[in-house]
Ligand binder design. Sequence first.
Ligand SMILES: NC(=O)c1ccc[n+]([C@@H]2O[C@H](COP(=O)([O-])OP(=O)(O)OC[C@H]3O[C@@H](n4cnc5c(N)ncnc54)[C@H](OP(=O)(O)O)[C@@H]3O)[C@@H](O)[C@H]2O)c1
Length: 270
Amino acid sequence: MPAKYTNKLNGKRVLVLGGTSGIGFCVAENALENGATVIVASSRQESVDKTLSRLTTSYPDMPSSRILGHVIDLRSPDSEKSIIELLDFATNDKKDLLDHIVSTAGDSIPIQPLSAFSDAEVLTNAQRVRILAPLFVAKHAKEYMHVSPRSSITVTGGVNSYQPGNGWVLPAISGNAIDGMVRGLAVDLRPIRVNAVAPGAVWTELFQRTFTGEQLEQFKQKFAKQTLVGDVGSPEDVSEAYLYVMRDAFITGQIVLTEGGLLLAPGAQR
Ligand SMILES: NC(=O)c1ccc[n+]([C@@H]2O[C@H](COP(=O)([O-])OP(=O)(O)OC[C@H]3O[C@@H](n4cnc5c(N)ncnc54)[C@H](OP(=O)(O)O)[C@@H]3O)[C@@H](O)[C@H]2O)c1
């Protein structure tokens, strides 16, 4: 009997915004291992080049036509134009339509006290990559994707929007806006499915950049202790949540939490 489950991404075309690092890189690896063609995109040429070389070294037998990369700055004020260029690149000018689009792209959001807020700009800047860019992707999705419940868009929120620490107002706003956005987009883009993954603390380059020196190990231990599983997440494990929502043609408008039981952990404090 032909495989019913393990071939679901075979021959599919998957675009990963933010696929050059951390969670997105593992989504790209996971999709490749499952038979997809993968296009990774992020803001720095250097990280795109490095990622293409990492992937071709890890999977030397894979045809180069299955591993593609493109540079795009999703923070730029005219990101809609760049997103259209990216979608043209990723689909060979609409000849090879996409099956799945994932965004794990994320720049740093200021963690700041309320006293530091003075104008709306900080709010707008904090939302460009995580909210505005996926909205523009969604706006053009039906021209560049197979319009089917087998197709999906998955964006990335964070469990910190349900349990923010001191000064985490901006990430909390961002995470909750993402939750609302996927519900709205799931309706507007039907039958294409739209979901979010909300990770807890995951051991990625972002984590390792946010906390440096001695702080890094201290925060790793602290976040690990706040979970039921007693550890921070690995991007390889968390990538499974994205693969799941790509494969299940019956899930849409949902937020999948992968957070080690943080929200259930007794007495968890941030
Ligand atoms: N790691 C965690 O603990 C954690 C927890 C909760 C939520 N999250 C969220 O999960 C997402 C992924 O996190 P991660 O830990 O995997 O982060 P990461 O390792 O820093 O990866 C972020 C990716 O986004 C790209 N990117 C950054 N700014 C961009 C821009 N302006 N335009 C296009 N691409 C851009 C980066 O590449 P370039 O540098 O080349 O642009 C990189 O590929 C983020 O939204 C993050 O907030 C992470």
